[in-house]
Design a protein around this ligand. Structure first.
Ligand code: GTP
Ligand code: SPV
Ligand code: MN
Length: 586
């Protein structure tokens, strides 16, 4: 064992005092035993094995169902380096506070040591980590989400270079919960949560918060983005990466099924990733993106044969479901959005439940975990150690009124501006008020491990090194009518918007220049075979409300102001220009 690995394990074992340590090797026998143990203890429920082979149900504590952003900290030496959008604590202070909470926390428990790779083992873009955890549920989820096991450990032992991830569920005490990141030490300490991004440390903690700091220092981008490939009838594939905030449609778009209109012409969509993209500058002056993960930790409610048939197929076997409804009729699962609610069921709280109760049976942030390789439309480039070249980057959020269905930025710099002014209505993916608009630049607000003004600057610098940059777009599937209903049908019909995006990436397709960038002329959005959507509705979806945008500019201005002068000049200038143009229009 590499001395750096041994030293770290010695340290955390001395602190946490587990009864036993168990290295996760990646062998089937070991996982089988862990599933058995988890079923015995009640941590997992084995589902109907005929209907759902190798599938399990888990319920988390009711105080532990989503990321807790107010308990998430960036611990770097200077507060200014964390920026106004992160909670900050001095590293020494956080270490000494947490050491007391970790002390003896694994007495009577096992410590599982999970070596993992983010990316294909052996790729020069891959990074490695070891997560120590007291939770079998975490081990079994990590097995799907990252490339876990001996091959990763062998690489770690070669260099001693790995992200040190320590997780203890402890008592799942909300008040003593901390998700702390120490970018200078490549270290993550998480305690008192056992759910999602708080506990699966490869995901948001490593692949975004720590990796964004690595990316700044090493000249690449770590982003909250899906990656997909669109194959045209000639067999050429164009790749797109898209950043939407949590629970705003990445997983759905990543495995979209093109409408019949496109399918019969020969269009196909291939999924490369649904949540986290690591993006490098290629020798060819393009951006190359790889999925850092190996699985999907997706939102269950709303996932159905209509909205996401590929995901339903992916979930037929080898999946873990968390906080969904347990259908006692046949020991299966159910959530809002699926047909035929069960008549005899327990809800996510483990209480008797019926659809007639009028409450939600599945928690709005209930999730499934499954390996990406099971997805019927997984890209053949999924395991390509070099990733895929990007033709377009898309930003987007949930906005009832302001943002149009789609727009294109004028150039890279303006695209960074568009990313920086993103806002979105909050969702159940984090424990705070749902449905309020907050600024969420590049969908990275909760995930950027350093000052976001420096992050914008980093994006601008990356652009300067590209001779063939992807075009940058913004989409909004979530415009509503006066009754609050979504106007755009979304899901598979989003292909009609991707169609324009791909054409614009190849410098074809018509658009009109507006104060916020290029918006398609209405006839550019193909509405053939689309019931209920007329050219007038498209015109409306593409329209800008001048007075709402003036309000938006004020809101962005005050967001920019929180950075105390650090926002790059070119972005400030773009905001002033936007304001000026809105004023001349009225
Ligand atoms: P995270 O895993 O939290 O990062 O979420 P995500 O961005 O992958 O979101 P996901 O695809 O799981 O979608 C979240 C919610 O948005 C689900 O309830 C979907 O049904 C809904 N949704 C996704 N795409 C669309 C769309 O095109 N239109 C509408 N109206 N809703 C959508
Ligand atoms: C998100 O919230 O963006 C997620 C789920 O993808 S979690 O793993 O909890 O971060
Ligand atoms: Mn996400």
């Amino acid at each position: 064992m590499n001395t750096k690995v041994r030293q770290w394990v010695d340290e955390i074992v001395t602190m946490c005092e587990p009864d036993e340590i168990v290295w996760i090797t990646g062998s089937k026998e070991q996982y089988d035993k862990l599933y058995e143990e988890a079923c015995k203890s009640g941590e997992l429920i084995k589902l109907n094995q005929e209907k759902h082979p190798n599938c399990y149900l888990h319920r988390s504590r009711q105080n532990d169902v989503a990321r807790t952003e107010d308990k998430t900290f960036i611990c770097c030496d200077n507060k200014e380096d964390a920026g106004p959008t992160n909670n900050w604590c001095a590293p020494d202070e956080m270490y000494s506070k947490l050491k007391k909470i970790y002390k003896g926390s694994m007495k009577g428990k096992k410590m599982y040591l999970i070596p993992f790779a983010m990316g294909v083992v052996g790729s020069k873009f891959t990074k490695y980590g070891i997560e120590a955890s007291d939770s079998i549920y975490v081990v079994l989820n990590m097995e799907k989400m990252a490339r876990v096991g001996q091959a990763a450990l062998d690489k770690i032992n070669e260099t001693g270079d790995f992200v040190k991830c320590l997780h203890a569920s402890k008592d799942v005490d909300f008040d003593e919960r901390y998700i702390a990141h120490f970018p200078h030490d490549n270290t993550i300490w998480s305690i008192n949560s056992a759910y999602g991004g708080n506990a699966l440390l490869s995901k948001k903690c490593f692949a975004l918060r720590i990796a964004s700091c690595n990316a700044r220092d090493e000249d690449w981008l770590a982003e909250h983005m899906l990656i997909l490939g669109i194959e045209n009838p000639q067999g050429e594939v164009s790749y797109i990466a898209a950043a939407f905030p949590s629970a705003c449609g990445k997983t759905n778009l990543a495995m979209i099924v093109p409408p019949e209109l496109y399918a019969k012409k020969g269009y196909k969509v291939w999924c490369v990733g649904d949540d986290i993209a690591w993006i490098r500058i290629g020798d060819d002056g393009r951006l190359w993106a790889m999925n850092a993960e190996s699985g999907f930790f997706g939102v269950a409610p709303g996932t159905s044969r209509n909205s996401n048939p590929n995901m339903l197929k992916t979930l037929e076997s080898n999946a873990i479901f968390t906080n969904v409804v347990h259908n006692l009729n046949d020991n299966t699962i159910w959530w809002e959005g699926l047909p035929n609610p069960p008549t005899d069921a327990l809800d996510w709280k483990n209480e008797k439940w019926s659809v007639e109760d009028g409450t939600k049976g599945a928690h709005p942030n209930s999730r499934f975990t499954v390996k990406a390789e099971q997805c019927p439309c997984i890209s053949k480039e999924f395991d390509n150690p070099n990733g895929v070249p990007l033709s377009a980057i898309i930003f987007g959020g949930r906005r009832a009124k302001t943002f149009p269905l789609v727009l294109q930025s004028k150039d890279w710099e303006h695209g960074v501006f568009i990313g920086s002014i993103m806002g979105s209505e909050t969702t159940a993916a984090a424990t705070s008020a749902v449905g309020v608009v907050r600024r969420d630049p590049m969908a990275m607000l909760p995930f950027c491990g350093y000052n976001m003004a420096d992050y914008f600057n980093h994006w601008l610098n990356v652009g300067k090194k590209l001779t063939n940059p992807p075009k940058i777009f913004n989409v909004n599937w979530f415009r509503t009518d006066d009754d609050g209903n979504f106007v755009w049908p979304g899901f598979s019909d989003n292909m009609r918007v991707l169609d324009w995006i791909i054409r614009r990436s190849n410098d074809v397709g018509e658009a009109e220049l507006t104060p916020i960038g290029f918006v398609p002329t209405a006839s550019e959005i193909n509405i053939n075979e689309l019931n209920g959507i007329t050219t007038d509705i498209i015109k409306n979806l593409l329209s800008l409300d001048n007075s709402l945008w003036k309000e938006e500019v004020k809101n962005i201005q005050s967001f920019y102001n929180t950075f105390e002068g650090k926002i790059p000049e070119s972005l400030k200038k773009a905001l002033l220009e936007l304001e000026k143009e809105l004023n001349t229009k009225n």
